[in-house]
Design a protein around this ligand. Structure first.
Ligand SMILES: NC(=O)c1ccc[n+]([C@@H]2O[C@H](COP(=O)([O-])OP(=O)(O)OC[C@H]3O[C@@H](n4cnc5c(N)ncnc54)[C@H](O)[C@@H]3O)[C@@H](O)[C@H]2O)c1
Length: 413
């Protein structure tokens, strides 16, 4: 275990408790002296007992010499700090140094070694920093095994993890790292190297967004005389759309007759109440940015005949109100692009009322752009742009055309 801070020491003590032989290395002599004396180097519930038991059983040892820690090791877990630099960037000095120490130690080793990075590092760090420093060391492979513990509950989080992730480019080292956790109920997710690096940022950002969301909704509720706890606990009882995987797939921008309207009303009311809710206020701006990335990607296709698949704001509806596809089409028309549109649920003669008014107001000649069948669209277009998750049948037809496809809905993957 390279680095015996919060992550390294907890991991070392828990792995020792599950029967592994662990040698921890740290440059900080105080940590080494503590672990050798069977004491946790900092307070973390349950850690002191595990360090004491591991140390007295001889399964947990510690040293200031990286080479000594690696002497008989099968796996090296890097748990050094990756602190923020002044500009917010991730500081990789400790990671570089420990990797250089590993490379130096490996010169006198013959046994294979899996080096797994447990510290939080940005996608690409292993390939750009760790692997080059270890290049030329026979039998050394690299994996990523991010840590998800919460300080204050770190030992419990290790024993009952919510998530275990192992990333890599080769199956054997990944299996080797995954096997460290074979005694736990949770099965490791085996993913690509960069996914394992990214997932930690995704999780932490998600947690921060959840806290910000709960606090902003709570603040608004309070000002409006509503009990925040009741609102959020009721929200959490919906495990289908709220506390679930729903809406957590990357895809196209949102639209429709509800989300934009209700977010605007919420922003307006908060401003009237002198309540600054920057996170909720940024959601529509974030959605617009996402839409503009898609518009740019379509414009980057050049002056070709573009067949757009999907016009409504999502699949399985003919509702065109505030459909982001309408904005996309307006931009393409404005830039002189030649386009046609197909939507399995939209025929001009069948839509009416506010829906019809909305589209005719935005694109008066929409009737001329709509094609009645996918075959007709595919026969005319040079490229397809898919803006909704297609049905399995339509997805098959899209693939069968052999046309280049820009899948802004990410529904074909
Ligand atoms: N603390 C958390 O709750 C937590 C949770 C998940 C992930 N992480 C991530 O895990 C990593 C470690 O976090 P931490 O809180 O344990 O950091 P920490 O600062 O508590 O521990 C890092 C340890 O590494 C040691 N070290 C530095 N360079 C070394 C070297 N060359 N050889 C040996 N030891 C060396 C330091 O002396 C220190 O004891 C960070 O990337 C962090 O972002 C932290």
């Amino acid at each position: 275990m390279l680095g015996l801070g919060y992550v390294g020491c907890v991991t070392a003590a828990c792995l020792a408790a599950s029967g592994h032989h662990v040698c921890g290395a740290d440059r900080d002599e105080h940590k080494i002296t503590s672990v050798r004396a069977g004491q946790a180097p900092f307070y973390e519930p349950g850690l002191e007992e595990l360090v004491r038991e591991g140390s007295s059983a001889g399964r947990l040892t510690a040293t200031t010499a990286t080479a000594q820690a690696l002497e008989n090791a099968d796996v090296a877990l890097i748990c050094v700090g990756t602190p923020s630099e002044r500009n917010g960037n991730l500081g990789l000095d400790q990671l570089r140094r420990v990797t250089e120490d590993i490379a130096a130690a490996c010169r006198s080793r013959t046994k294979p070694l899996v080096v797994a990075v447990r510290s939080t590092v940005f996608p690409g760090t292993c390939e750009q920093v760790v692997m080059p420093l270890l290049a030329g060391q026979n039998g050394v492979s690299v994996a990523v095994n991010p840590e998800f513990l919460r300080e204050g509950a770190a030992v419990k989080d290790f024993i009952e993890p919510a998530l275990i992730v192992v990333g890599g480019n080769q199956p054997e080292p990944m299996q080797r790292v995954a096997a460290l956790y074979s005694g736990l109920k949770q099965k490791p997710c085996l993913v690509a190297l960069r996914t394992a690096e990214m997932i930690k940022y995704a999780c932490n950002a998600f947690h921060a967004v959840k806290i910000g969301f709960a606090n902003e909704i709570g603040a608004l509720a309070e000002v409006m005389g509503v009990v925040p706890e009741e609102v959020l606990s009721t929200l959490c009882t919906d495990e289908r759309l709220n506390i679930s995987a729903a809406y957590l797939k990357p895809g196209f921008a949102f639209g429709g007759s509800c989300l934009p309207k209700d977010l605007r009303a919420l922003q307006y009311r908060a401003a009237r109440l002198d309540l600054n809710l920057p996170m909720l206020q940024s959601v529509l701006a974030s959605n617009d940015e996402h839409l503009h990335r898609a518009i740019q990607a379509v414009l980057d296709q050049g002056m070709v005949r573009i067949g757009v698949v999907g016009l409504a704001f999502k699949e399985n509806t003919d509702d065109l109100r505030e459909s982001p596809v309408v904005t996309l089409l307006e931009h393409l028309i404005g830039k002189g692009r030649d386009l046609r549109v197909y939507d399995p649920h939209i025929q001009m003669e069948k839509i009416y009322g506010s829906n019809r008014n909305y589209i005719l107001n935005a694109i008066p000649h929409i009737g001329r752009l709509l094609t009645p069948s996918f075959e007709e669209l595919a026969g005319w277009a040079e490229r397809l742009v898919v803006t909704q998750r297609p049905s399995a049948d339509l997805a098959r037809q899209i693939r069968a055309t052999g046309l280049p496809v820009l899948d802004v809905a990410r529904g074909l993957r």
